[in-house]
Ligand binder design. Structure first.
Ligand code: NAD
Length: 376
């Protein structure tokens, strides 16, 4: 199989889908690989590092794509890129598939096979391929670092000869992969941390990280986790009770990090404008859900919004802020996916009956084949 890795064209995304480490492993598996010149620079990898690992460095997108059976991507390709892919080729990336009906039709029309890494099921066998987790973990870490940077005070308690400085109170909303790492990071920096979620399983995880769990624990809460481990959309009644609890708690918080998502739907609104206005000046709201509509209606992608001295910041792509580590982990996720696309003779031959491949494939044979993207 011949594999191509492109320079990501999506504005601001600094990640790359292969590292010298994964290039060596891909070659050891019996494949060849071409990397577009400059593809890794923003993630700390020079062209010569790829060449030393055994990759061919392509001087242009077209030269890199020549003869490729599989294209490894971070983000979804744009129309120009799709037009440049060899017909019949496959590509794998973070394709934001829940909102990709039109895009999927374009992939199918171009005769491409598209794999969305977000749709890899969260089963034990697929843990090494779980790109959502590898990237969310880093996003959770970086959210706290960015929040601490915007915060006008310090994080840990400091007892000095000139007086005592209080520790920052950090509230993490949504305690999934990103939220749990945000809790751990805020604790390491000396914050006093509390967290909320609607899934009962998260209660113990939050407590095990030394944070206080705050939630409306009624009958609906007890049934809020789907079989796939995700949160269900909560009823208006639950949301009202949750808002009341959060409003009373948020007044006393210095940094609020929101990470709450429901797959395929708009993010739930958890921090209202009134709640933001109730916080004291100098405090910070970091909204990781901004690309899915935001957990705070005031947040704008990659902009600081100042509300009476409270800074509300929506980050649309925090993994890209730690591009070297995000690329290293993501490239490993793709490497783990590769055997499912490889035949006995090392050719491109996806195991179409494998449940992971079945779940991740969006288009093949000129058709949109994923159930979530079919229909009008
Ligand atoms: P996610 O990104 O979809 O959502 C983030 C968090 O927001 C979740 O914990 C969710 O419960 C929470 N949330 C949703 N609506 C909320 C609301 N109204 N109020 C408060 N919180 C709300 O989730 P994720 O981080 O991808 O993780 C989802 C689950 O999958 C977790 O249980 C996680 O541990 C699990 N997981 C399992 C595996 C595996 O077994 N291989 C791997 C990764 C994650």
């Amino acid at each position: 199989m011949h594999i191509a890795v492109l320079l990501e064209k999506r504005a601001g995304d600094q990640r790359v889908a292969a590292t010298p480490d994964t290039v060596r492993k891909i070659i050891a598996l019996g494949h060849t690989i071409a990397i577009e010149a400059g593809a890794g620079v923003r993630a700390g990898v020079r062209d010569e590092d790829y060449a030393a690992a055994g990759a061919r460095v392509g001087p242009s997108t077209a030269a890199t794509l020549a003869g490729a059976h599989l294209i490894l991507k971070v983000r979804a390709p744009d129309a120009a890129e799709i037009g440049a892919y060899p017909r019949g080729a496959a590509f794998a990336g973070l394709l934001e598939p829940h909102a990709a009906r039109t895009e999927a039709q374009a992939y199918a029309a171009a005769g491409l096979i598209a794999f969305a890494m977000e749709f890899v099921p969260r089963i034990t066998r697929a843990q090494t391929m779980d790109a959502l987790s590898s990237q969310a973990n880093l996003a959770g870490y970086r959210a706290v670092i960015e929040g601490a940077n915007l915060y006008g005070r310090v994080m840990p308690m400091m007892m000095t000869a000139a007086g005592t400085v209080a520790a920052a109170k950090v509230f993490v909303m949504g305690a999934g992969v990103a939220g749990l790492q945000a809790i751990a990071t805020a604790r390491r920096l000396g914050g006093i941390v509390s967290a909320t979620d609607v899934r009962p399983a998260s209660k113990e995880q939050v407590a095990s990280l030394g944070a206080k769990f705050i939630a409306v624990e009624d009958e609906e809460f007890k049934a809020a986790e789907t079989a796939a481990g995700y949160a269900k959309p909560m009823s208006p009644e639950y949301q009202a009770k949750q808002a009341e609890l959060v409003a009373a708690h948020i007044v006393k918080q210095d940094i609020v990090v929101t990470t709450a998502l429901i797959p395929g739907r708009a993010a739930p609104v958890l921090v209202t404008e009134a709640m933001v206005r109730s916080m004291r000046p100098g405090s910070v709201v970091v909204d990781l859900a901004v690309s899915q509509g935001g957990n705070c209606p005031l947040s704008k992608p990659d902009q600081v919004v100042d509300v009476n001295g409270v800074k509300v910041m929506g980050f649309s792509n925090l993994p890209s802020h730690v591009a070297a580590d995000a690329s290293a982990l993501y490239a490993k996720n793709l490497l783990a996916f590769l055997p499912l696309l490889t035949g006995e003779d090392k050719s491109f031959a996806p195991k179409w009956e494998d449940e992971i491949v079945k779940a991740a494939v969006l288009t093949r044979d000129g058709q949109v084949v994923h159930a979530a993207l079919q229909g009008a």
